[in-house]
Design a binder for this molecule. Structure first.
Ligand code: ZN
Length: 324
């Protein structure tokens, strides 16, 4: 190889590796084409940590004729920079709209990076979600992520969504049609599920999580989350058969058995255990070993140890409430 060519290829290699979004032992992250004009970057299937720098969600990009539409751009200003530069590798088109699926900061704190570059960009979220994050949900999540990752520098002041949307509203952006669905409760009380009709994709947010567990917070309902996934699975309440199902965390797929079923079955087993404990006058921790035995397939999911008992307690309190 001639010296000049060799130097040129070294330079190219070097600049590629410089630009790659690499997270320690977790590997490289980039957007993959999943469906027609839909790209998803599947984040680490882990709880927020120093190692993943607070990146663990699934940012998505829809390419329209004149621009890019981003769903859930990421969890802080620092990973936001890396995600934005990966978006720019997909296309040099401008970002013309953003959607946020719910109030948890690991999905939307990187709105800031997009707003910084595109000051007039509309950022859509459920109107009630915007109220909640402005009230205290943003600060709560800032505290959680800061404590676990130490990587929140530059994230404040927050860039809140600025366009309130409601259940069943249709948003058209540059020929791309998005239908919103909101249910009173599920993963939180601020969720929107987004149907992208052009590609027949359903973005489910954290109502669907695969290969890892997170908390069910005070605004969530395991019972309602189960009902919602059943509606999607059974194509009820306006849901159709989709070509692609995108979870809030974990791999996307067009197959119900790989996407909806695992988390749905998990929650059903937990709820059934809680119901049995309640009916037999047991505390939730007393039924835990029996439930644990039925959940062998989930023992390898991240944070199973820390979360399952809490989920069982939460399900138990919902069963108790429903009885009164
Ligand atoms: Zn969430």
């Amino acid at each position: 190889m001639k010296k000049a060519t060799f130097l040129a290829s070294v330079t190219i290699l070097f600049s590629i590796s410089l630009n790659a979004f690499t997270l320690g032992t977790l590997g490289d992250f980039k957007f993959e084409k999943m469906n027609q004009n839909v790209y998803v970057m599947h984040g680490p299937e882990k709880e927020p940590s120093k190692e993943n720098e607070g990146f663990m969600n699934n940012p998505a990009v829809i390419e329209s004729q004149n621009g890019l539409i981003v769903i859930d751009p990421g969890g802080n200003y620092n990973v936001g920079k890396k995600i934005l530069s990966e978006i720019e590798k997909l296309s040099k088109k401008p970002i013309i709209a953003v959607f946020n699926t719910h109030k948890h900061g690991d999905h939307w704190f990187a709105n800031k990076n997009i707003k910084e570059k595109y000051p007039d960009v509309p950022i859509y979220a459920l109107t009630y979600m915007i109220e909640q994050v402005k009230d205290n949900a943003a600060d709560t999540w800032y505290g959680i992520l800061d404590r676990l990752t130490g990587n929140l520098k530059g994230t404040k002041p927050f860039t809140f969504p600025n366009q309130g949307i409601e259940n069943k509203q249709t948003v058209v952006v540059d020929g791309q049609t998005f239908i919103m669905r909101h249910f009173a409760k599920g993963h939180t009380d601020t969720d929107i599920l987004i149907e992208h009709t052009n590609s027949n994709t359903l973005f489910i947010g954290d109502n669907l999580i695969i290969n890892r567990f997170g908390a069910f917070d005070e605004s969530s309902s395991i019972v309602e989350n189960i009902k919602l996934l059943e509606k999607i699975k059974n194509q009820e309440d306006g849901f159709k058969k989709y070509t692609l199902y995108v979870p809030g965390h974990g791999p996307s797929s067009g197959e119900i058995s790989k996407t909806i079923d695992p988390f749905l079955d998990y929650m059903r087993i937990v709820l059934k255990g809680a119901q049995k404990a309640y009916e037999e006058g047991m505390a939730s921790y007393e039924i835990k070993p029996e439930v644990d035995e039925k959940l062998k397939a989930y023992h390898s999911w991240d944070a199973y140890e820390g979360q399952m008992g809490k989920h069982l307690m939460k399900a138990y309190s919902e069963v108790e409430m429903l009885d009164f």
